[in-house]
Design a protein around this ligand. Structure first.
Ligand SMILES: Nc1nc2c(ncn2[C@@H]2O[C@H](COP(=O)(O)OP(=O)(O)O)[C@@H](O)[C@H]2O)c(=O)[nH]1
Ligand SMILES: Nc1ncnc2c1ncn2[C@@H]1O[C@H](COP(=O)(O)OP(=O)(O)O)[C@@H](O)[C@H]1O
Length: 204
């Protein structure tokens, strides 16, 4: 029988570097996870491709997916919907492959309820000052929005106690090393691994 894969959820406050770290995770030639491409109603940015970066949908299409129970989780973020396709996640886990989600904190909370055995990793900035620098540096927010963002970030950071691991994103490549080490350790801790080695004792 095929063992199920592990559901890995990377989340954290807005601007901490989730997207950057996720891209770095998948740039490693030895990346072993399947990335779940999210569905969104936001407009594609320059260079983004439908079905590669996101599945781009209208609000009507997205709301139909909610009604049809096609989303594992969804959230509204800065005026747009974002959600995870449930069929892809289930099928890939059932095929024994690990699935990697990079989602904001409200969505991660919903996944925790449905997949309590998932591996939940919270990305932390080295400091709130550095988080602010990254939000400002990204250049997508105006002055007064930045203080709103920082207020929202504090609330998002309060949710970190529901995660299994906290990873500091001081340096992108170091954060990727930490995530890979956590996933490896989780696999070695699992029943699947123990039962494999127990079999060695059965050989006389
Ligand atoms: N809940 C949820 N959040 C998502 C999903 N996909 C992406 N996000 C989050 O949505 C936020 C906005 O993403 P995006 O529009 O690509 O802009 P970014 O801020 O440059 O990463 C980020 O925090 C992502 O982690 C999803 O399927 N579900
Ligand atoms: N380890 C890091 N050190 C310095 N800057 C970083 C680091 N990780 C990400 N950044 C920068 O911080 C900003 C926010 O990153 P992004 O990946 O968009 O965050 P999120 O997806 O969490 O909102 C970007 O400008 C990115 O280049």
């Amino acid at each position: 029988m095929n063992e199920k894969g592990l559901l890995i959820v990377l989340s954290g406050p807005s601007g901490v570097g989730k997207g950057t770290v996720r891209q770095a995770v998948f740039s490693r030639p030895d990346a072993k996870f399947e990335y779940s491409i999210s569905i969104t109603t936001r407009k594609p940015r320059e260079g983004e491709k439908d079905g590669v970066d996101y599945f781009f949908k209208t609000r009507e299409e997205f709301e139909q997916l909610i009604k049809d129970d096609k989303l594992l989780e969804y959230a509204e973020y800065v005026g747009n919907y974002y959600g995870t396709p449930v069929d892809y996640v289930q099928e890939t886990l059932n095929a024994g492959k690990d699935v990697f989600l990079e989602i904001e904190v409200q969505g991660a909370k919903q996944v925790r309820e449905k997949f309590p055995d998932g591996l939940f990793i919270f990305l932390m900035p080295p400091s709130l000052g550095e988080l602010q620098n990254r939000i400002v540096g990204r250049g997508t927010e105006s002055e007064d929005l930045i203080s709103n963002r920082m207020e929202a970030a504090r609330k998002e950071i309060e949710l970190m106690s529901m995660y299994d691991y906290i990873v500091e994103n001081d340096d992108v490549e170091l954060a990727v090393d930490r995530i890979n080490a956590i996933v490896l350790a989780e696999h070695h801790r699992s029943e699947r691994c123990v039962s494999k080695y127990i079999k060695l004792l059965e050989v006389k």
